[in-house]
Design a protein around this ligand. Structure first.
Ligand code: GLU
Length: 450
């Protein structure tokens, strides 16, 4: 009998912590998954013997590189870039690129690990990866962002490819940055190929990709509510963030007859008791993508709204959608949402709720959709962008909208398959972890020890 049969969760996590010193976000993400997988593997010795979880929690490779660029004042700036290729058992590495000062190897390793499970859940052939740099696009000119993106791609291009690794956007990387990076890849390789997703419509981007993450998070919420005989209509929602995910989540909630009360950025949040209508959402999209302004400017434009420092979780609402960043909703904030009668939480961001916060939702039996399931619509439509690029065709938004709705229903179904508890409650974290794990694990088992 293999030694690993006797390893328990605590010993396993001690090993992860020892091998990844100081990488708190990565350790947190592995812990969250390992809790459920250890229980699932209890009677499945073959996974233990093959050390499957241990192998999944060790990225295939972590590429780290220097990114030099010149700012508008002719200062030479040096940043660090990474690509974490976590697992390609079921398809090419796939996952976004994040540009934010908080980016570290730990953050990207956690994101690449989560991405592996998320991509598996979509049912599409995509492995897990993530990349980024500690570059802050805030306050930079277009020309500076272009030079940074070109320099970043000058190294990254040799590690990626349409059948190898297909990056996309994430925090700080939107249409503008994808355009600059795609242009540089094409220049360096002299190949037009679907190496990035989230591209502009003019050059191979997919319809519905911009909307997919936010809409998908609301569809997931809708599925959770439906499972308990409820609907979005007539319900209030608190949303954090004001980027691509948050604004499209707000749009879909509004379209379904819900009322969005808040949006936020790193400066604070706005509370609009009248509801953030489509017209107001369009104004925020323009503010954030064209003017690149602050959410506090909203209150000068729309009377009745107020601006507050901090996060929006103290505002009473039926639904909550954290759509900003990791660890933005802690135990105390989860208690406050529960105390105010929240019914459902759907994560547009990756790991926005801390482990302690998740426990509060589970103990209170609140419907809670973790990011790896709830926000998988974004990467799912990226997968469809890859298919369209390979076939050299484009599908219309109606067809893609229907596919997104079906994909989110499918992900919800997989979560309930493994997460249904006695008494009707669904543990979506457990469901997502086990369903995501099983497909990747079985593929790895087929390959033997590699
Ligand atoms: N960054 C997004 C995510 O966290 C999208 C990744 C992609 O489309 O590849 O899933």
């Amino acid at each position: 009998m293999a030694v690993s049969d006797h390893v328990d969760l605590e010993t396993f996590m001690a090993g992860v912590a020892k091998r990844n010193p100081g990488q708190t976000e990565f350790i947190q993400a592995v812990h969250e998954v390992a809790q459920d997988i250890f229980e699932f593997m209890e009677d499945k010795v073959h996974y233990h013997e093959a050390q499957i979880l241990r192998r999944m929690a060790e990225p295939d490779r972590v590429i780290s590189f220097r990114v030099c660029w010149e700012d508008d004042n002719h200062n030479i700036r040096v940043q660090r870039g990474w690509r974490v290729q976590n697992n390609n058992a079921i398809g090419p590495y796939k996952g976004g690129i994040r540009f934010h000062p908080s980016v570290t190897e730990s953050v990207l390793k956690f994101l690449a690990f989560e991405q592996t499970f998320k991509n598996s859940l979509t049912g599409l052939p995509m492995g897990g990866g993530k990349g980024g740099a500690n570059f802050n696009p805030k306050g930079k000119s277009d020309a500076e962002v272009m030079r940074f993106c070109q320099s970043f791609m000058s190294e990254l291009y040799r590690h990626i490819g349409p059948n190898t690794d297909v990056p996309a956007g994430d925090i700080g990387v939107g249409g503008r940055e994808i355009g600059y990076m795609f242009g540089q890849y094409k220049r360096l390789t002299n190949r037009w190929e679907g190496v990035l997703t989230g591209k502009g419509q003019e050059y191979g981007g997919s319809e519905m990709r911009p909307e997919a993450t936010g809409y998908g998070a609301v569809y997931f919420l809708q599925n959770m509510l439906k499972h308990q005989g409820m609907d979005v209509e007539g319900h209030t929602a608190v949303i954090s963030g004001s980027g691509n995910v948050a604004t499209h989540a707000a749009e879909k909630i509004t379209q379904l007859g819900g009322k969005v009360l808040t949006l936020s950025d790193s400066g604070g949040f706005i509370h609009d008791p009248d509801g953030i209508s489509q017209e107001k959402i369009d104004w925020v999209k323009h503010l954030k993508t064209v003017k690149r302004g602050r959410i506090s400017e909203y209150v000068d434009e729309f009377s009745g709204a107020t601006f507050h420092e901090g996060r929006p979780w103290g505002v009473a609402a039926d639904l909550a959608l954290p759509c900003a960043t990791q660890n933005e909703l802690n135990e105390g904030e989860a208690k406050s949402l529960v105390g105010n009668g929240v019914k459902g939480v759907s994560e547009g961001a990756n790991m926005p709720t801390t482990l302690e916060g998740v426990k509060v939702f589970h103990d209170a039996k609140i419907m809670y959709g973790p990011g790896k399931a709830a926000n998988a619509g974004g990467v799912a439509v990226s997968g469809l962008e890859m298919s369209q690029n390979s076939e050299r065709i484009s599908w219309n938004s109606e067809r893609l909208g229907d596919m997104l709705t079906d994909l989110m229903e499918g992900i919800h179904g997989k979560c309930t398959e493994y997460g249904q508890q006695e008494g009707g409650y669904v543990d979506y974290v457990k469901g997502a972890n086990i369903a995501g794990f099983k497909k990747v694990a079985d593929a790895m088992m087929a390959f033997g020890v590699v």
